[in-house]
Write a protein that binds this ligand. Sequence first.
Ligand SMILES: Nc1ncnc2c1ncn2[C@@H]1O[C@H](COP(=O)(O)OP(=O)(O)O)[C@@H](O)[C@H]1O
Ligand SMILES: [Mg+2]
Length: 278
Amino acid sequence: MTGSTTRASRPASRSPGPTGTSDPAGDCGEAAPLLKVRGLTRRFGGLVALEEIDLDVEVGRLLVVMGPNGAGKSTLVDLLTGYLRPNEGGFRLDGVDLTFSPRWSLARSGITRTFQVPRPLARFDVRENVRIAARCGSPPRPGRSAAERQAAELLSETGLDGQASCYPAELSLASLRRLELARALAGRPRLLIADEPLGGLAGADIDAGIALLRTLARPDRGVIVIEHAVRAVLQVADELAFLHHGRLLRRGPAAEVLADRAVVDAYVGAGLLRRGLL
Ligand SMILES: Nc1ncnc2c1ncn2[C@@H]1O[C@H](COP(=O)(O)OP(=O)(O)O)[C@@H](O)[C@H]1O
Ligand SMILES: [Mg+2]
């Protein structure tokens, strides 16, 4: 936990609650979504960084979370991966309440993430970075040779096989971002969360990154991607959630959300603010 993290109690009214008659997703025998977020709220002192967020992610689907700087995107990722604790609300993965699980336990339970600023293991080459992540992922843990096989497959899937023997310091930002994804995938996630996996990329690297993102959602895996470039969002999102000032402003098909007046205003306003015109 960070020094600024406040310890939150678990208010029953805001938690997704045990699957049962009080839980809407438990009614009518309907399958629970892969990820179910309800009422998720996080404050930093007087600042409400995230307020009463409700979201679902299904397997095989990629949800993009978008919003201006400071909208609460990274706070959402940190809450879902145990880097922060919520003040209110909670989330379930495959019907299991993981709201207050520690980081290591969340990764074992099937939620892995990438970081906005890549965090490779600097002393190990690319292949080792992925192999170690495979050995530390959710059970059943592979043995040494199975982890090597998995690492080789992931390096191929992420286009890193030509750089397997390179050290992180030798990689371009595009390759570092791919390594982040390969390491997160090596944990065999049910839910992969990628925080700005295209951040800082340009030109052909963005196109290649988009192509890679489009392969991530699988029948046994759901994906959340934080992204703000409209072109990329339109190409990768099965669904778009737009955050503004910590609130979920709109959610739905990407083209519809991006055409929404409130969303356009929020984005244009943020752009003007950045340029000092507001
Ligand atoms: N550790 C923290 N302490 C205080 N305020 C924070 C902290 N982390 C984030 N914030 C604030 O919470 C809000 C949301 O931040 P963040 O989730 O990083 O936004 P985004 O990722 O959408 O740019 C911002 O106003 C930010 O300044
Ligand atoms: Mg952020």
